[in-house]
Design a protein around this ligand. Sequence first.
Ligand SMILES: Cc1cc2nc3c(=O)[nH]c(=O)nc-3n(C[C@H](O)[C@H](O)[C@H](O)COP(=O)(O)O)c2cc1C
Length: 375
Amino acid sequence: MKINRREFIKTGVAAGTLITGAGALFTSCSGITRADLPLGQASNVAMAGLDKRRLSILKYASLAPSGHNSQPWLIKIIDGNKWAIAADPARRLPAVDPNNREIMLSLGAFAENLSLAAGTFGFRTDMDIIAESSFDQAIIEVTLKESKSEDYPLERITRRRTVKHGLLPKEIKKEDVTALSGHLKGHLFYFPRGTEHAQCIEEGAIENFRIQSNQDKAQKELVKWVRLSNVDAKQHRDGLTTASMEIHGVTGWFVRNFSKPEDFLKDSYRQHGVKLTAKLARQGGGWFIITSKGNTVADLIDTGRKFERLALMARERNIAIHPMTQYLEEKEGRQQIADNHDASIIPQFVLRVGYLSKYPDPVSLRRPVEWFVTT
Ligand SMILES: Cc1cc2nc3c(=O)[nH]c(=O)nc-3n(C[C@H](O)[C@H](O)[C@H](O)COP(=O)(O)O)c2cc1C
């Protein structure tokens, strides 16, 4: 039986809530984290005619999430107040994201941080989608206009992160779901843990992770973004480190010192990944699904912006957000969704959610602004 939009919404309601609306530590146990590689120096460098305020805006923007932490943004400075947000073709993920869907979502999250930071630094931002296709390079034209500053707490941007471990088995409170869904207007659905739909998503998330981990093309692509040694992490300042993969303690130390990214291709690593994912998928307070109106570049950018807003708000409420995207990347997962829902349901994010007893500090690395700005 196909689930249409109304029934999908009903499932959410029945389930409780559909929502309408270089440091000294380099050689120690923990491996490199963001705190070891501050981005601060960028704001002291006069670059591409950008002053301190504008460099800071770009620094905040770059704290956005992105698939594999690929940071697919390239900023072309047309003049001090006109910039183009472009997709860096060298940062594509063709094996898991052949249509650049996830790149558009990540650029949307970047644009949202940019707009929030610009507001605080005294600029209004106009954002025009200039791309006709997700394969175009220049995607958004940003115009900054001096205006009264808005007081958005920027520490929300610096403190947000993806969290995979420690999600508590507690249903997300109605008031939190309502607050988080505010700007998503009918495009956020919450399926609390234990409900039939949540179990279906849980099984799908595990199964599609398993399918992807058996695909050499996807695994080889992942290997390109794994930064195990501190030297590698420091050189690239992107991708996935042991800290951001939440491989801690002795295991993290062992992996950093004795494993190579290519080891992720070994059967034993793949099997361990599937086992761990199955364990994690069963933890937490359930699932958020974010859908979009359509699949145009504008729809995807808009959804990425709204996702970032949600993630920033979730951080303030001690709620972990863990995207599990394999469901949408694998044809089996997409087919399962298409077979069971009507075409009006276009999921863009599958997010495991849960309260945390303590929200951890961000650890994923970022490139300094001067690495992604061109004139
Ligand atoms: C479009 C998109 C897809 C993502 N998919 C996954 C995923 O499947 N699994 C996962 O663990 N994290 C996923 N993430 C989270 C990124 O890995 C994370 O944002 C990145 O490593 C930077 O870390 P941070 O969010 O802590 O800043 C995704 C993020 C985005 C924007």
